[in-house]
Ligand binder design. Structure first.
Ligand SMILES: Cc1cc2nc3c(=O)[nH]c(=O)nc-3n(C[C@H](O)[C@H](O)[C@H](O)COP(=O)(O)OP(=O)(O)OC[C@H]3O[C@@H](n4cnc5c(N)ncnc54)[C@H](O)[C@@H]3O)c2cc1C
Length: 407
C-alpha cells in the first residue's frame, strides 16, 4: 500500500518511520527545498513522546542535542536581581521524562531515522487531491501526478491538505487572544543554560539560547483585545506591531526590539487552537499540528505530534490499511489527549501571561517560593500544584504495536 505524507518536520518523519516499519510504501513531500538544519525554536518532548523516540532508536541523538536550559530567570518590574527557578522543577511537575530540543534538530534526527526507508521529495507541494478508483489521485505543483492509497497531512498549523479537504482554516481555528513572536538575535548577553523572562500583565518578553545554536532567541508572548490586522507575509508590519506593544517596556526589551528590527529570522503568529470534530475524510487524514494544534508554545504540541503520528501508523497497520477502521480508531485513541492539551494550553497561556496584577504577583511569588525551597521539597510542591491540571502527558498509555513490525 502506498501512503503519501505532506510535511517533513516532526509528525511527518515520525509517521513515515513507523509506517515503513509496518511494511507500507511511504512518500513524504515537503515544501521546503531541503531537510531542516539546526535552528528554529525550542520544543519539548514529554514522557510518551520520549518513549516513542526511544523505540525508534534515536533517543541518544536527541539527548545529544538537549537545548541545555537549566534555569529560568525572572526579572521583576522595578526590583533588582532575578528570581531563579530550576527548569527541572517545572518540567518534572509536568512529566517524569522531558527533553528540550531545537525543533530543527529534532526534525533532522527524525528525517535521518526515516529517510532510508521512505521516499522524500523536497521543494514540492500537493496541488490537488481527488479520491477515485479506491485511491487518491494527487496532482503536485512541480512533479507528475501520482496515485496513493492514503494521504496524510502533517503540514502544520496552517495545513494545506486541511485547506484542500476541509475548507478554510477560519472554520476550525480559535484564537486564544494572544500572539507569539520569536526572532533569532545575537547572544549578546552570552546566555548559557539560562532563559530570561520578564512577565507583565498581558505581555511577556524574554531571551534564551541553546547549546546547539551560536545565537539566541528573543521571544514575546502578548495579549490583545482585538485581533491584529496584518498579512502573514508582511514581516515589517508585524515588527512594527510588536514595537507598539512593547514600546514602553524597560529592562532588556529596547535592545531585544532593536535586534528584532534587523534580523531576517523572525516569526509572528496568533496563538490559535484547532478544534475539529473529526480530522479525517475518506482516505485522507491529518496528524500533529495540522489536525489538532492546541496552540504553539503553550500546549505541548510537539509531544502530541510525535504521539499522534505513532498512534496513526499503529492503527493503520492494525487495520491492514483499511482507513475506515484505522482513522476512527486513531481519533478515538487521541481524543482525550488532544482535549487535555487544549485545556493545558488555556491554563499555560493564562499563567505565563497573567491578565491581572494579582495573577502576575502569584506567578512571581510562586516562582520565588519554589526557587528557595530545598530541591526535594520544591519538586514535591510543584508536583502537587501541577497534579491538578498539568500532568496530561504521563497519563497517556502508549499502545504497543511491536507485533506488527515487518522490517
Ligand atoms: C515560535 C514557536 C514556538 C514553539 N514553542 C514550542 C514549545 O516550547 N514546545 C512545544 O512542544 N512546541 C512548541 N511549538 C510548536 C511546535 O513547533 C509544533 O507543535 C511542532 O513542530 C508540530 O509538528 P508538526 O510536524 O505537526 O508541524 P510543523 O512542525 O509545523 O511542520 C509542518 C511541516 O509541513 C511543511 N509544509 C507546510 N506546508 C506544506 C505544503 N503545502 N506542502 C508540503 N509541506 C508543507 C512545513 O514546511 C513543515 O516542515 C512552537 C511553535 C512555534 C511556531
Amino acid at each position: 500500500m502506498r501512503v503519501l505524507i505532506s510535511g517533513a518536520s516532526v509528525a511527518g518523519p515520525t509517521l513515515a518511520y513507523w509506517l515503513a516499519r509496518y511494511g507500507f510504501d511511504v512518500t513524504v513531500v515537503e515544501r521546503s527545498p531541503a531537510p531542516r538544519k539546526s535552528g528554529g525554536h525550542a520544543v519539548d518532548l514529554f514522557k510518551p513522546a520520549m518513549d516513542i523516540v526511544e523505540a525508534m532508536g534515536v533517543l541518544e541523538a536527541i539527548e545529544a542535542h538537549d537545548a541545555g536550559t537549566d534555569v529560568i530567570s525572572i526579572h521583576r518590574e522595578g526590583k533588582p536581581g532575578l528570581v531563579d527557578l530550576p527548569q527541572a522543577l517545572i518540567t518534572s511537575a509536568v512529566s517524569q521524562r522531558h527533553i528540550e530540543i531545537m525543533r530543527d534538530d529534532l526534525s533532522e534526527i527524525l528525517y535521518a531515522a526515516s529517510s532510508p526507508t521512505a521516499e522524500y521529495i523536497f521543494g514540492d507541494s500537493i496541488a490537488a487531491l481527488t479520491e477515485a478508483d479506491a485511491g487518491v489521485r494527487v496532482a503536485f505543483e512541480a512533479g507528475p501526478e501520482r496515485r496513493f492509497d492514503l494521504v496524510i497531512g502533517a503540514d502544520g498549523l496552517h495545513s494545506h491538505v486541511r485547506n484542500l479537504v476541509f475548507g478554510p482554516e477560519s472554520g476550525y481555528s480559535h484564537w486564544l487572544g494572544e500572539y507569539l513572536a520569536v526572532a533569532s538575535i545575537p547572544n549578546y548577553l552570552d546566555l548559557k543554560g539560562r532563559s530570561l523572562m520578564f512577565p507583565q500583565v498581558n505581555r511577556l518578553a524574554g531571551m534564551y539560547s541553546a547549546t546547539q545554536v551560536p545565537d539566541a532567541r528573543a521571544f514575546f508572548l502578548f495579549r490583545t483585545r482585538e485581533p491584529l490586522e496584518y498579512h502573514h507575509r508582511d514581516v515589517d508590519r508585524q515588527k512594527a506591531l510588536l514595537r507598539e506593544v512593547y514600546e514602553d517596556v524597560g529592562w532588556e526589551v529596547p535592545r531585544l526590539l532593536a535586534e528584532v528590527s534587523t534580523t531576517d529570522a523572525f516569526y509572528m503568529d496568533s496563538i490559535t487552537q484547532l478544534r475539529m470534530e473529526t480530522w479525517s475524510k475518506g482516505r485522507i487524514t491529518l496528524v500533529g499540528d495540522a489536525g489538532y494544534c492546541p496552540g504553539p508554545a503553550v500546549g505541548g504540541s510537539t509531544s502530541l505530534a510525535v504521539v499522534g503520528a505513532y498512534v496513526l501508523a499503529g492503527e493503520i497497520a492494525s487495520a491492514a490499511g483499511d482507513h475506515t477502521r484505522a482513522y476512527p480508531a486513531c481519533e478515538a485513541a487521541m481524543r482525550d489527549y488532544v482535549h487535555r492539551s487544549r485545556q493545558l494550553a488555556l491554563t499555560a497561556s493564562d499563567t505565563l501571561v497573567p491578565k491581572t496584577r494579582l495573577g502576575l504577583g502569584a506567578l512571581i511569588h510562586g516562582a520565588r517560593i519554589l526557587g528557595h525551597l530545598p530541591p526535594p521539597f520544591a519538586r514535591t510542591a510543584s508536583r502537587l500544584v501541577a497534579a491538578r491540571r498539568l500532568n496530561i502527558h504521563d497519563v497517556f498509555t502508549v499502545r504497543d504495536y511491536q507485533g506488527l513490525i515487518r522490517r
